[in-house]
Design a protein around this ligand. Structure first.
Ligand code: ADP
Ligand code: MG
Length: 605
């Protein structure tokens, strides 16, 4: 393997490398740097996250641009604000001995005039998110007509996020004869399309295997009833007391809901999704970096570019709609040479998706069992014992020791230990003592209503009545789209949609019931109330037209009463779910409603 000196980097850069403590080039750096330094060429480089791609394009760019000129010569496009800032920081560190270097970050959610001013001062390199720079180009706040090097960093993620047209647009403002360097973790079709469109005979570098997810990551799935999803998540967290994880949900709402529920149940959790302000997101990411948050519940888009290295687990609370996205999720763990685990919680109706993911990642999942209560108690107990063993003694205690010793005069060491551990253990034990087995088998004939395929047996799904129909311009497809859009649901989440003249029926899995009913409480569409109720009629269709007839009046009393009944049902349902939370179940300590045993932070330090 080469040293950085061997690669042909100049003194200023080598000095910075020494300061950074990089001792030898990573594989992608070893391969890319000499090519980029010695040729005016296009390049496609495939390498996993955490392999040092920033330096692979950063050093050559810094060496090749003319720092004495104030013209913008390098443009780096990156998918998210976080990555954009991170790359900018790295570039500044790499170029700290390049006198006169000015690297400017350009991204949304921050003052465009400030950014324009920084560029005006003479930025040789601009690091940008596609949306913001496109905006700046159209407002003539930036001139990229003379750039010599364009980098598309995390190209697969940019395309995944729908930046294809923005990228095309941006690059059309750059010179034909520039060099384009594309870096990506995976090589989906879309990336090859971009490579073909914007590059001429690019050099190609592959580190590790194409499209193969990181070998450091093992993949596990857990089969549970859809309604047990949340409890399964909690058990997985409880069984891994030192977990430091990203939990992926499919929608912003679920993300927020799961995070709130976890917090309420005493976990160190936080939500990261697009409905939060930039400031809120920064705060959450800050706490996550400091590990004050152990479970970061996130949407796919918001989690792009999470650059935290020691994530131990990725938990797929729900599977993504597109199997390709799974690669991005699982790639958040197993970084920087560490190992990681990607866990998937699936209900029976989703098991087939595991197969298609296996084809993409070219690895097999291991089917695992959600640990039972006593296993978790044991893990927690041992974790507590280890923590106590590792604890540094705080000698402030010394002055109280005489009194404490007096109290325990007649207690043996054995007894003392048992008592001490019982303080924490009993609460946890009480919660899990009567807990049931959450696992279901793929072939079970389903006596506990866990669900044949939800399209068939229906035991896992809820049927609803909705007071709109073909009269209102809906056919089943339009209604399905409408529901999916309103509720932010995935492709398969709404099914058995049946439209009649003035009303319709549809199904969702039971776990969505609360969400659906809550969403359509006092919901108005095009000026009138749209009412959704659980239909007792599983077959559908035999309901009389009464509801439809009421729809023009502004919510008749009868209707309102039925909504009221619904919300009552819902709150009683909530109550019974609440009972299943650990903090409420038979806690031996009536003063604290939240046993700290299952709250990792409390028992942590
Ligand atoms: P990628 O873009 O491939 O995900 P980064 O460029 O963000 O990876 O690098 C990941 C981490 O590794 C960063 O913290 C970076 O400073 C560090 N790093 C990069 N190159 C080296 C090296 N040669 N030796 C040690 N650490 C490195
Ligand atoms: Mg990177």
């Amino acid at each position: 393997m080469n040293t950085f000196q061997d690669l042909g980097l100049n003194e200023d850069l080598l000095k910075a490398i020494t300061d950074l403590g990089f001792t030898k080039p990573s594989e992608v750096q070893d391969k890319a740097i000499p090519i980029l330094l010695n040729n005016e060429t296009d390049l496609v480089a495939l390498a996993q996250t955490g392999t040092g791609k920033t330096a692979a394009f950063g050093f050559p760019m810094l060496q090749k641009i003319d720092i004495d000129s104030r013209t913008t010569q390098g443009l780096i496009l990156s998918p998210t604000r976080e990555l954009c800032l991170q790359i900018t920081n790295e570039m500044k560190l790499y170029g700290k001995y390049c006198k006169g270097l000015n690297v400017v970050a350009v991204y949304g959610g921050s003052s465009i005039t400030d950014q324009a001013r920084d560029i005006k001062k003479g930025a040789q390199i601009i690091v940008a998110t596609p949306g913001r720079i496109k905006d700046m180009i159209s407002r003539r706040l930036v001139d990229i007509s003379k750039i010599e090097y364009a980098v598309l960093d995390e190209a697969d993620e940019m395309l995944n996020m729908g930046f294809y047209e923005d990228i095309t647009d941006i690059l059309s403002n750059t010179p034909e004869d520039k060099c384009t360097w594309l870096f990506s973790a995976t090589m989906p079709k879309e990336v090859s399309v971009i490579a073909k469109k914007f590059m001429e005979n690019p050099h190609e570098i592959t580190v590790g295997n194409k499209n193969e997810s990181t070998s450091q990551v093992s993949h596990e799935y857990y089969l549970v009833n859809a309604r047990d999803r949340y409890n399964a998540l909690k058990r997985l967290a409880d069984a891994n007391p030192d977990i430091f994880s990203v939990v992926f949900c499919r929608t912003k709402r679920d993300t927020q809901k799961v995070a709130e529920q976890l917090i309420e149940d005493g976990y160190n959790a936080g939500a990261l999704h697009g409905d939060l302000s930039q400031n809120q997101r920064d705060l959450v990411m800050g706490s996550f970096r400091k590990k004050q948050i152990q479970m970061l519940v996130a949407t796919d888009v918001a989690a792009r570019g999470i650059d935290v290295d020691d994530i131990t687990h990725v938990i797929n609370y729900q599977l993504p709609d597109e199997p390709e996205i799974y690669t991005h999720r699982s790639g958040r763990t197993g970084r920087a040479g560490k190992t990681g685990i990607s866990m998937v919680i699936v209900s029976k109706s989703e098991v087939r998706k595991i197969k298609s993911i296996e084809r993409i990642i070219k690895k097999e999942f291991v089917k695992k069992e959600i640990p039972d209560g006593m296993e978790i108690c044991e893990v927690q107990l041992m974790s507590l014992a280890n923590k106590i063993n590792d604890t540094e003694i705080n000698h402030e205690i010394d002055k109280y020791l005489t009194n404490i010793n007096e109290l325990f005069e007649d207690t043996t060491k054995d007894e003392l230990i048992k008592k001490f551990f019982s303080v924490e253990f009993t609460r946890f034990f009480n919660y899990y003592q009567k807990s049931k087995n959450l696992n279901i088998s793929e072939s079970s004939s389903d006596r506990d209503d866990s669900g044949r395929d939800y399209r068939g047996g229906k035991s896992d799904s809820t049927r609803y009545f909705i007071n709109v129909g073909s009269k209102d311009g809906f056919d089943w497809m339009k209604l399905k789209d409408f529901l999916k859009e309103q509720l932010e649901l995935g492709r398969d989440d709404v099914f058995k949609v049946e439209t009649k003249e003035s009303f319709s029926f549809f199904n969702t899995e039971n776990e969505l019931k609360e969400k659906v009913l809550a969403y359509f409480t006092d919901f108005k569409h095009e000026g009138r109330f749209v009412n959704v109720e659980v239909s007792e009629n599983r077959g559908g269709g035999r309901r009389n037209d009464r509801k439809g007839g009421e729809r023009r009046s502004s919510k008749p009393r009868g209707d309102r009463r039925s909504t009221g009944a619904n919300s009552e049902n819902r709150s009683s349902r909530r109550r019974s779910e609440g009972d299943s939370k650990p903090r409420r179940s038979g806690s031996s300590d009536s003063k604290s409603s939240k046993p700290s045993f299952d709250r990792p932070r409390r028992s942590r330090r």
